[in-house]
Ligand binder design. Structure first.
Ligand SMILES: *Cc1c(COP(=O)(O)O)cnc(C)c1O
Length: 242
């Protein structure tokens, strides 16, 4: 029973990694995009199986679920080098909890100055060997119900973090994007994120290669990579539907 359904995940991982490599070659980029395996709602066993195949980076959307998984005995025993990315909406009152999560590598969803300040303050209460990695979440689709800062406020948020949040290390930008844009050849969300990146680089003398772009999910990761993504967040194509 177990062997069968679990083996499927391994196979899917291999296929997706192969596809990511092919697309990276096609776009002639120096680096291969990183795969974030989005394990929300999925069991510990599935995470352990992927870890044993060399997939170390996982994404979770809910603080409590991430706390439980990161502190799980089996995970601690069998996945000592696991790296967690938080990709859900973060409330300011949960900052103190999230910074205590073991092996937290990055919070991808910083979308306001207030949230950045709260997180930076929370970091003062824990012992990190280096600043906590973050991405700025941009609301590229301009939908009210979506989280994320407006594209034209991206630079201000970046500069605020750089100047005032000494315990945070901003690696780049992230977008979720609108469902309408999935499969369209000129995905507007990707284009807007690229524009934010270019503007950031110009105004802050950064090289484009120094800015991570987290964009692309199961339905659109191929186009996202061709557009320049450096991190794809894939859930259902890897683990099956939720
Ligand atoms: C759930 C989720 C994903 C993964 O979505 P799939 O379509 O299952 O690949 C990626 N990013 C975020 C922010 C998510 O919430």
């Amino acid at each position: 029973m177990r062997g069968r359904s679990m083996g499927e995940i391994t196979l899917k991982l291999k296929n997706i990694l192969q596809r990511i490599n092919e697309l990276a070659e096609q776009r002639k980029s120096v680096s291969v995009p990183k795969l974030i395996a989005v394990s929300k709602t999925k069991p510990i066993e599935a995470i352990v199986e992927l870890y044993k195949c060399g997939q170390y980076t996982f994404g979770e959307n809910y603080v409590q679920e991430l706390e439980e998984k990161a502190n799980n005995e089996q995970i601690k025993r069998e996945c000592p080098d696991i790296r967690w990315h938080y990709i859900g909406h973060l409330q300011r009152n949960k900052c103190n909890r999230i910074v205590k999560i073991p092996n937290l590598e990055c919070i991808q969803t910083i979308d306001s100055i207030q949230l950045a300040d709260s997180l930076n303050n929370a970091c003062k209460n824990v012992q990190f060997s280096k600043p906590l990695n973050i991405l700025l979440q941009i609301n590229t689709s301009n939908e009210e119900q979506k989280s994320g800062i407006a594209p034209n406020e991206c630079l201000t948020l970046y500069q605020h973090v750089k100047k005032n949040c000494e315990l945070l290390n901003c690696l780049g930008l992230m977008t979720i994007g609108a469902l309408d844009n999935v499969q369209s050849t000129n995905n507007q969300d990707f284009e807007i994120l690229l524009k934010c990146r270019d503007n950031l680089c110009e105004q802050s003398s950064l090289s484009v290669n120094d800015v991570e772009l987290s964009m692309g999910m199961s339905s659109d990761y191929e186009q996202a990579i061709l557009a320049g993504s450096t991190m794809v967040r894939i859930g259902s194509s890897l683990f099956g539907g939720r």
